[in-house]
Design a protein around this ligand. Structure first.
Ligand code: ATP
Ligand code: MG
Length: 362
């Protein structure tokens, strides 16, 4: 069986460190590993519209921002198909058929949708499109017969729901769909990177993000004002590393060689944590170390972005070509799905002959 990746992002803002460790970095590694036959990376504009009905301009403006972020982290259009969701109308048609295989109560139980409804104050009036977006996400994944979906932990319930749809479809109709597997980050701190405010998830919608496109000054300011341990008031006080966002980021980003390069007084992160817990280590020192590590990782990304920013026409061309490639693949899957459902009436010679016989046609 072919190894195929599908994943993507909503164009609701620029991409941030949470996206980077949760999914982007992995995608680039998988892309360059040469182990995958096809890689599809989708800018999910139609999904973004499900909770931005009042602000379509935000979605429209952010498509190119997300594409610039993709190119700047090293996604390569020669190896990965970058495309825009709404340019592949077959996805909507698949969604419509899959919707028959999912109950309202099953959607209501989806924990990610539940918490997103709360976050967006949708409790009293949930847009239908938003409520059903897990179904459309199943269409996105299965349209490309994806075997592997590299995403952050918040996407686990979406993947489970997609697997259920695939099983149901394949058992009710013919086996036309491939069941995908989720690929979560290996490092626990990257499963769901907290915001700079210490809140559970760095998110474009919460204003607690460090963006890949932030310049060095913004990066410094954001790290210097990051949430740490509120009880760690004087340097000599013992500090907590659990729930301390600065240490979570160090868990996510620091490598053994960073200590040698930037903080040779400590051999590794455990030593640094021990000192912080004992007391006598100030937040500022730890934050300055984090800034150096992040700057090392982000500087080349920023530089590549600057280059692509000079070629916006080229970025749109990449998306257009990618969308054409993606549509051809999705159209084939839709044809397979319709054949499995036996709603391909005009290609169904047996059905036509049966009806002819029924009415005594010669
Ligand atoms: P929105 O607030 O509009 O939903 P978002 O910041 O949650 O935006 P998405 O486009 O929904 O971003 O997510 C894209 C991908 O990034 C998904 O694979 C998701 O799991 C991953 N991701 C997003 N935020 C984080 C995070 N804080 N930590 C790890 N992975 C994340
Ligand atoms: Mg999200």
């Amino acid at each position: 069986m072919e190894k195929i990746i599908l994943t993507g992002d909503r164009p609701t803002g620029r991409l941030h460190l949470g996206h980077y460790v949760g999914s982007l970095k992995r995608r680039v590694e998988l892309q360059n590993s040469g182990e995958y036959d096809k890689i599809f990376i989708m800018i999910a504009d139609a999904q973004a519209l499900t909770d931005n009905a009042d602000n379509p301009e935000k979605v429209r403006q952010n498509i190119v921002e997300v594409a610039l972020d993709y190119l700047s982290v090293g996604l390569d259009p020669a190896k990965s198909t970058l495309f825009i969701q709404s340019m592949v109308p077959e996805l909507t048609e698949l969604t419509f058929y899959y919707a028959n295989l999912v109950t309202v109560s099953r959607l209501q139980r989806n924990p990610t949708v539940k918490s997103e409804i709360q976050m967006r104050n949708f409790e009293t009036s949930i847009p239908v499109g938003f409520f059903t977006y897990p179904i459309s996400q199943a269409a996105d994944i299965t349209a490309f017969k994806a075997t592997t979906v590299p995403v952050g932990e918040d996407q686990m319930p979406m993947l489970e729901q997609c697997q259920e749809i695939v099983r149901k479809f394949n058992s009710v109709y013919d086996e036309a769909l491939v069941e995908p597997k989720i690929l979560l980050p290996e490092n626990d701190a990257c499963l769901r990177l907290p915001g700079t405010d210490g809140k559970a998830k760095m998110s474009k919608s919460l204003g607690n993000a460090i963006y890949l496109a932030d310049d060095e000054k913004e990066l410094k300011n954001k790290v210097m004002s990051m949430y740490t341990d509120p009880d760690h008031i004087r340097v000599e006080d013992p500090g907590k590393v659990e729930g301390n966002a600065v240490f979570t980021y160090l868990d996510a980003f620091s490598k053994p060689e960073d200590f040698e390069e930037f903080l040779p007084d400590y051999k590794n992160l455990d030593e640094l944590k021990d000192h912080y817990k004992r007391g006598g280590l100030g937040d500022v020192k730890v934050k300055k170390f984090l800034i150096k590590i992040l700057e090392k990782e982000l500087a080349p990304i920023r530089a590549r972005r600057k280059q692509w920013e000079q070629n916006i026409q080229g970025v749109y061309e990449i998306l257009k070509k990618g969308s054409e490639v993606a549509e051809a693949v999705a159209a084939q899957t839709l044809a397979d799905v319709k054949a499995a459902m036996k709603i391909n009436y005009f290609d169904d010679g047996a059905l036509i002959r049966e009806q002819m016989e029924k009415y005594g046609n010669k």
